[in-house]
Design a protein around this ligand. Sequence first.
Ligand SMILES: [Zn+2]
Length: 261
Amino acid sequence: MNQTRIPVQNLIKTFSLGTLSLGANRNGTQESLTRMFILKKNGMEYVGQLRVSPDAPVVKIEVFNENYFDEFEQPQSAVLENLTQKVLSKVKKESETPESVKELIKDFTEIRELEDIESEFFEPILQAEERDIDVMFGRLNREYFDDKIKATVKWGRDVKTQNKSGFRYGSYDENKKLIRVHPRLKQDFVPIYVLELTIYHEMCHQFVPPYKKNGSWQSHHPEFKKKEKEYQNFKDARNWEKNNWHKLLLPANEDSEAVKV
Ligand SMILES: [Zn+2]
């Protein structure tokens, strides 16, 4: 029932960084390099620079035309992160890049991956207690629905693979009166209000049920949307989803799964 899934194509579209061409190595040594690059995007050209050196920071990337970042809905940090990966992988493949520089790039990339894994490992456990969906359901029911919603709420089961087709925050089964919440929302980096909106959204499905219009069933009709917007943090939650949903495409750590199913 939940239509809040966003096709994975959006991710690719959002992170279409532009056509990248690298300039020559300037002031390069055996241990360091500086490369200018040009990004062509939507008919515009943007200039940037990559520096790799043994001194901190090992990798420094800049785009000199700040308006480059206006092309994206994502925060600048996310764009730079993706751009860094793209530029580094291109430099690493080039035969004229000194071996020691390639080593620096390799170490840099590996450390980053490790940091990601570690933070994912610790985050889910910390807030598991706070993410009591029964308590949330009860409070939302009282505050917004006059305790009229009759449903149970459960964490769904996760799959071990990356979602290819998008991410589904929750679902509502009218026959079973059952709301399922995606277990990846247990993770610490997901704001409580995003989890709440997910539950709230599914509750709205019971409160303002689907109806048939011009021969097809409408779930997210105007009455539904009006009710959905009543949720206090609606805008913040939607904004977060818009900027962060791609982080939910990957499976969470195993520890987060066993908490409550
Ligand atoms: Zn829905």
